[in-house]
Design a protein. Structure first.
Length: 78
């Protein structure tokens, strides 16, 4: 049985423009902080906790929909 590849994510707050696309695509992964910038609620934007498998399609949609490429995705923890 093949093991699924983990995906990790975090938001680059230096390039985030608070457009709302990630939260619309993946509300169980992304939210906004006190400054109005997006962050990953999975692990407080650290990028060390794998995204649950059932949310990977939402993650891909958010990643592809981010106009500033601020959503970072990796198969290793950040």
């Amino acid at each position: 049985m093949e093991e699924k590849q983990h995906q990790y994510t975090r938001v680059d707050k230096d390039t985030c423009i608070s457009c709302g696309a990630c939260e619309m695509a993946a509300p169980d992964i992304f939210n906004y902080d006190d400054q109005g910038l997006a962050f990953s609620i999975i692990d407080g934007n650290k990028g060390v906790q794998p995204v649950p498998e059932e949310l990977l399609i939402d993650l891909e949609d958010a990643y592809e929909g981010c106009p500033t490429e601020s959503i970072l995705v990796s198969d290793k923890p950040f």
